[in-house]
Design a protein around this ligand. Structure first.
Ligand code: 5GP
Length: 369
């Protein structure tokens, strides 16, 4: 009895400690981060209206382990429930508040701008609904800095009430070159609303690199940062093309061969690591063979991320706890891992300096033993 009490109390203490470290989240999909309670509430409402059959929806949502392909079917289902302006605003607000509540101090939130003529939604109006969500979160609890004007106030805000949010617009692999280009142009138009980059995501078994390349190249030429979902399925040719593009970061890197690891390390491209997502979607068979261990040991740039905190029932603190238990990282290493993520954010130097101050201040107050 005493033994189990001791173990659980130290686990609780570690959980608390991890949740109080300032954290940086760089790979979070808006619709994948939806609160479960919100998802069920929205589905029930549509069920009552007869738009969907709630029990079918509930059955799919409650399933825990899904292959990567099943996850994309799930996203199509989630989008049926979430994609109207009011709901997108609500989800954005809640997602930002949830990250802030676990001490995420900087969030790059990504989402795929969607067009739905039947409800008068354009890619731009979708994104404006997202920005409205950021603004309403800001009036409640935190500081969304679009202009960087009052960044110096940031580090003085109480913990759990401060978060800087930037947006990445995702291109879905089902899109055409023209549609991808439209997303990039929208990102450029929305630079003064916190949009700083482009992501390529969606089902990795769909679409060709050549289709997206012109839009991604244009994005970079125009000063946007680019991150790519890379190597979620074995596809050496595409992985090499992506690495040769030298993106600012890549997500996942689960199915790399020796040559691809060599190139990744040579180019020092930071990797967004999503442990729970990789295990749940079976892109990595178990934690003990996860590539985090090798990349971390070799000091390759890595950042822990949630991917889809709602869909995979995780949060960023949980990802840090997993890394601690699976790979034996102690408090000091976890803190350094969190702080190092600042180097890989897409926002500029002003924001980086401010975040480093937050870490300096946390280092003075947190205990490491
Ligand atoms: P949204 O862009 O609608 O806000 O977020 C959900 C979308 O993000 C999905 O439809 C999918 O395109 C993308 N996404 C979410 N998780 C993953 C993932 O693990 N891998 C890939 N390739 N795409 C993802």
């Amino acid at each position: 009895m005493t033994m189990s009490y001791n173990i659980s109390s130290s686990e609780v203490e570690m959980e608390w400690w991890i949740s109080s470290i300032p954290k940086v989240e760089l790979h979070a999909h808006l619709n994948g981060s939806i609160r479960n309670s919100t998802l069920f509430e929205l589905a029930r409402e549509l069920g009552e209206k007869g738009t969907i059959v709630f029990s079918d929806f509930e059955h799919v949502i409650k399933k825990n382990d899904r292959t990567l392909c099943e996850v994309f079917k799930l996203f199509d289902l989630i989008h049926v429930v979430t994609t109207d302006h009011k709901t997108i605003t609500r989800i954005t607000k809640e997602v930002v508040e949830d990250f802030a509540a676990e001490n995420v101090v900087y969030l790059e939130l990504r989402t795929t701008p969607k067009r739905n003529d039947s409800i008068g939604m354009s890619k731009r109006s979708y994104m404006e609904a997202v920005v409205d969500g950021l603004r309403s979160a800001s009036s409640n609890i935190l500081d969304i800095n679009f202009s960087c004007d009052d960044l110096e106030k940031f580090s003085k805000l109480p913990t759990k009430k401060r978060i800087i949010v930037r947006l990445l617009l995702s291109i879905d692999r089902r899109e055409s070159t023209a549609s991808a280009m439209e997303t990039v142009k929208l990102a450029l138009e929305m630079k003064d609303m916190g949009v700083i980059g482009i992501d390529l995501s969606g089902n990795p078994t769909v679409g060709e690199w050549e289709t997206f390349f012109p839009a991604l190249k244009f994005a970079r030429e125009q000063g946007l940062s680019v991150t790519l979902h890379c190597g979620e399925v074995p596809n050496s040719v595409e992985i090499q093309e992506m690495l040769n593009f030298r993106p600012g970061r890549i997500g996942h890197a689960c199915c790399f061969q020796d040559e691809e690891w060599r190139k990744l390390k040579l180019y020092k491209i930071p990797v967004e690591i999503c442990l729970t997502s990789n295990i749940r979607t079976e892109t990595i068979s178990s934690m003990d063979v996860h590539h985090f261990a090798n990349l971390y040991k070799e000091n390759h740039p890595v950042v822990l991320c949630t991917d889809d905190s709602g869909v995979f029932s995780t949060n960023l603190s949980n990802e840090y706890a997993l890394v601690s238990s699976a790979f034996g990282l102690g408090k000091m290493e976890l803190f350094q891992l969190a702080r190092k993520a600042v180097d890989f954010i897409f926002a500029g130097n002003e924001v980086k300096m401010e975040l480093l101050k937050v870490y300096e201040s946390a280092a003075r107050t947190l205990e490491y033993n």
